[in-house]
Ligand binder design. Sequence first.
Ligand SMILES: Nc1ncnc2c1ncn2[C@@H]1O[C@H](COP(=O)(O)OP(=O)(O)OP(=O)(O)O)[C@@H](O)[C@H]1O
Ligand SMILES: NCC(=O)N[C@@H]1O[C@H](COP(=O)([O-])[O-])[C@@H](O)[C@H]1O
Ligand SMILES: [Mg+2]
Length: 392
Amino acid sequence: MYGAPLSNKSKKIMLLGSGELGKEVIIEAQRLGIETIAVDRYANAPAMQVAHRSHVISMLDGEQLRAIIEKERPDLIVPEIEAIATSVLVELEKEGYRVIPTATASRLTMDREGIRRLASETLGLRTAKYEFANSLEELHAAVAVIGTPCVIKPIMSSSGKGQSVCRTPEGVEASWNIAMEGGRAKNARVIIEEFIHFESEITLLTVRSISGTTYCEPIGHIQKDGDYIESWQPHTMSEQQIVDAQQMAKTITDALGGHGLYGVELFLTADGVYFSEVSPRPHDTGMVTMATQDLSEFALHARAILGFPITGVRLLTPGASYTLKADREQVEYTISGIDEALSVPNTQVRVFGKPETKVGRRMAVALSSGETVEEARSLAKEAASKLTLNYN
Ligand SMILES: Nc1ncnc2c1ncn2[C@@H]1O[C@H](COP(=O)(O)OP(=O)(O)OP(=O)(O)O)[C@@H](O)[C@H]1O
Ligand SMILES: NCC(=O)N[C@@H]1O[C@H](COP(=O)([O-])[O-])[C@@H](O)[C@H]1O
Ligand SMILES: [Mg+2]
């Protein structure tokens, strides 16, 4: 029970991080009559453009974070990115605030070390072998233990920022420099992971709600430089792979607890399923569900966090998504070709409205359905190829 947005009896959610994924969460929450507040480190972020109001703060600064939460007193605090002062969320949860899915889940997934140690050492899920390093010297030692090729990532980063594949011992220094430049927080710690030669990789969207745990059909995807380019649903898997994937998803999401949608990232290999990581929130590869499911991952997240039932999720059609990324940094840009992209059959686009471009920044996505995944993938790719970013 709650009143109208902006009234005394409204129900308020505060999103910490306001990118393209949060924008859709806000739209879904507003469809249920929720008051929405968007927070991020820069002005005019995508979700800010659709929220009732917004604030620009450094979310890694605990004092600024606490001040804005105490000022707004939201019913639900909804992290949308990893890089947040999660120790403050842990304190606020003890003081009675609700953090989605839980403050501990956001603390553990904020850095790769927390979630990796939980998955591998506490829960016994199969993962790539890993080590951590705090300096170039330690990195050389860690790469000697793991061997090459290996994947080196800042412990706090996302969308592949600061990530590289180190192919020979001579490449260690270059990987270190990439990690130091690309990490979100100025933290010199990196993870070194054994390179997994997977056959394919998937995201298993897993929803924990008052109705229990529900899984979406698996989403296959292709990543380049650690960031997703293309995704499709459903991804063909053997019965055994599905059983193993759902079991891993259940184990990790039960351990993290709370209500909400999780994106469980898994590698499918000849010798079984590997756990890679988990987002305690909607996943970029899951944008495809806006074209495929009766309830998108964003609608599912909104329902679950508000404590509403989810009686099932239906896949209505095979579908695919294909991203449009910028190739340079520019304060002003235009996007063209939307008419041509929308001329492709069974296709929609989402233009995120980010105020500036950056190298590799995701700016829009094409979403297509089809009779088959193959058809949908080819339509989404064609539609994305019609979209152009102009920089002058
Ligand atoms: N150990 C590994 N072996 C092989 N490939 C890997 C490994 N780790 C990561 N990758 C590849 O890099 C991609 C991105 O890695 P990861 O998900 O850890 O980065 P991320 O920055 O957290 O990305 P996002 O925030 O988009 O999930 C993976 O989806 C996979 O394609
Ligand atoms: N893989 C995580 C992911 O896709 N997160 C999405 O990207 C935004 C940041 O984009 P930006 O770096 O372009 O500002 C985040 O706010 C979230 O919506
Ligand atoms: Mg990932």
